[in-house]
Write a protein that binds this ligand. Sequence first.
Ligand SMILES: NC(=O)c1ccc[n+]([C@@H]2O[C@H](COP(=O)([O-])OP(=O)(O)OC[C@H]3O[C@@H](n4cnc5c(N)ncnc54)[C@H](O)[C@@H]3O)[C@@H](O)[C@H]2O)c1
Length: 318
Amino acid sequence: MRYLVTGGAGFIGSNTVDELVRRGHSVVVLDDLSGGKEENLAEVRNKITFIKGTITDIEIIRRAIFEADYVIHLAARTSVPFSMKDPIETNRINIDGTLNVLVAARDARVKRVVFAASSSAYGETPTLPKTENMQPQPISPYGVTKYVGELYAQTFGRCFGLENVCLRYFNIFGPRQDPSSPYSGVMAKFCTAFLEETEPVIFGDGTQSRDFTYVSNAVQANLLACEAPRASGGVFNIGTGMRVNLNEVVEALGAISGKPLKARYDPPRDGDIRDSQADITHARAVLGYEPTVGLEEGLQRTFDWYRATQAAKTEAKS
Ligand SMILES: NC(=O)c1ccc[n+]([C@@H]2O[C@H](COP(=O)([O-])OP(=O)(O)OC[C@H]3O[C@@H](n4cnc5c(N)ncnc54)[C@H](O)[C@@H]3O)[C@@H](O)[C@H]2O)c1
């Protein structure tokens, strides 16, 4: 099968591309490298087609989508704090860009589009775990854009018969998540702090909790979502069904690294939700999704990856 992966040079994207290539599929990646890196695709570079371009340009998408069976649409401005600072730019990429992808997918008659939605759509709805039938109440422009993307995907299903599946990822972490930007995911930042033996920074008191989900589980969901019968038009939570708080993560990384560290506590950030936990019953039932790597193993693999990457960089410099 032929897949177009938008945002395929990013964290979840490149892990998805690796698995598609491993399964022998033909893959086109469209990415403007604003957040992703070509080096994330180094191991598969000569087996895929890479197009550097933006999803705000529909003609580039039309070229990239040529003869695609499936589109896994991951390209986005992914940061909540950035969306608070620049909601217009976040809207331009995440909503206008997604609309371009859907129009191009409709015109190219692809079999299905899988859209990277987000648990941020739920906002501060108090009930845990989150089920897909709760009314979304995003508390950041980013959360709005991800919810609007779902609405557009589903509407294209109803208006034009374009098959679509929306996956609400819950705090995905793992190798290749970029720790260097001020907007990076917390796990990438924590792992780097432990490697460099600097204070891990927590915004708030550390009791806020998340359903941290190792990236291979999200990759599994992406692939299942392309082909699962009866899934089109559906929205699915993709998490582990458990949650853990940030103080516990810092403690676990202390054990893994063998060097316990004390966190620094900074004021909470606007737009960050307090607690999050997925109910994954629907994904289990319809997609056949089952998380296979739990938090502890995921943390260990992630820490090992950052350690190996840092060692390789140090060696290359010397
Ligand atoms: N990581 C998570 O926990 C999480 C949770 C919920 C939803 N998501 C969604 O999953 C998707 C992938 O996230 P990620 O964590 O891998 O982030 P990422 O930033 O590593 O990947 C996003 C990719 O999109 C690319 N991109 C950005 N703007 C683009 C544009 N205009 N045109 C083409 N490419 C563009 C970036 O260069 C990057 O490679 C995003 O849509 C994000 O909103 C992620």
